[in-house]
Design a protein around this ligand. Structure first.
Ligand code: PLP
Length: 368
């Protein structure tokens, strides 16, 4: 076997992002047992840092030992039972994935669909609530990675709670990169990933549930169909000293996650949000000078996921490949309807620096 030696890349796609050397070093920490009291203490620290970064006091807050899609599935399989009604908002790939999972839960799924690249308008939800006045939950994506849209949540949250429903939010691409306030915005179920603005390795999914969501869980009539994701079981694994064996945590990844969360809190959430906005503005000016055009209206643009049309006549796949192979820079291509049409340029966490922008723009100036 050849030694493991992947080419170092500059990660400016939709995730994973570059990791801080402290995070990489944490991953190389010698293993300890996942039931070791020292590891239990580390899990407690991680839990409280996740609460702090979600800006929530929710007790039921922990990290699913699997990627963001498993966080999505955790929320849906626990909150929905066969025969329940829910509203799922779809304006890109990930809303579609939520609808698919909700359907597999046996729920009746009412879809609110908006054009890719636009937000879900509150009036669309109002209309859906006329047809289905009391869904068990309404789910939507805060930061749609397939299009770069940032979904405003506050007005939607009021509509959902006035209907007596739970609000579920996908925060995979918004967490630690743009303002996200779980308690203030009354979010009942939220999941995220570790590989975007947090700049930790992929494969874990912080989640959090409000007291109202916990009540729904406690009143389930049927068993959760997934054993691994059943909150009734897995929550005891994150119960501090009273912890009961459930599965074997990814110890090295949890070490890395602890370090990445510490870095976020040292920087401060507000400073981190401001850094993402600042570097986005810088990138935007440079890309527009080169002839790129943004897909999303300024008001709803994510600073950390820049969805852009290429200048006329440029072969996107060819240039993207050259960026990767000749300059070691990864940017994302378009998904679904936007495949071959847009790029998704990530400025996430450790990959969100002026230096990253300069390197990318310098390469593009040579290539175009
Ligand atoms: N939701 C959103 C908005 C995402 O961007 C992603 C991944 O990119 C996911 C869910 C799924 O996360 P994962 O790929 O970690 O399973």
């Amino acid at each position: 076997m050849k030694p493991l030696n992947p080419t170092p890349r500059i990660l400016m796609g939709p995730g994973p992002s570059d990791a801080h050397p402290r995070v990489l070093k944490a991953m190389a920490t010698p293993l300890i047992g996942h039931l070791d009291p020292e590891f239990v203490a580390i899990m407690d620290e991680v839990k409280s840092m996740v609460q702090e970064t979600f800006i929530t006091k929710n007790h039921l807050t922990f990290v699913v030992s699997a990627p963001g899609s498993a966080g999505m599935e955790t929320c849906l399989v626990n909150l929905l039972e066969p025969g329940d009604e829910c509203i799922i908002c779809i304006n890109g790939v990930f809303g579609g994935r939520m609808a698919e999972i909700a359907d597999r839960c046996g729920a009746t799924v009412h879809k609110v669909i908006a054009e890719w690249g636009t937000i879900i308008e509150p009036k669309q939800l109002k209309k859906a609530l006329k047809k289905c006045p009391k869904p068990k939950l309404v789910a939507l994506v805060h930061a749609e990675t397939s299009t770069g849209v940032r979904q405003p949540l506050e007005e939607i949250s009021d509509l959902v709670h006035n209907a007596g429903s739970l609000l579920m939010v996908d925060a995979v691409t918004s967490y630690c990169g743009v303002p996200l306030k779980v308690d203030e915005w009354n979010i009942d179920a939220i999941y995220t990933g570790t590989q975007k603005n947090l700049s930790a390795p992929p494969g874990m999914s912080p989640v959090s549930f409000s007291d109202a969501a916990v009540k729904v869980l406690e009143n389930r009539k049927t068993k959760v169909q997934s054993w691994f994701l059943d909150l009734g079981l897995v929550k005891n694994y994150w119960a501090g000293a009273k912890r009961a064996y459930h599965h074997t945590a990814p110890v090295s990844s949890v070490f890395a996650l602890r370090e990445a969360l510490a870095i976020v809190l040292e920087e401060g959430l507000e400073n981190r949000w401001a850094r993402h906005q600042r570097n986005h503005e810088y990138l935007k000016t440079q890309l527009e000078d080169l002839g790129f055009k943004f897909l999303v209206k300024k008001k709803y643009r994510l600073p950390n996921l820049n969805a852009v049309f290429l200048p006329k006549g440029v072969d996107e796949a060819k240039i993207r490949k050259q960026l990767l192979l000749d300059y070691n820079i990864e940017v994302g291509g378009g998904l679904g309807a936007f495949a071959g049409k847009i790029w998704r340029v990530g400025l996430m966490g450790e990959s969100c620096t002026k230096n990253h922008v300069n390197i990318l723009v310098g390469a593009l100036k040579e290539l175009l």
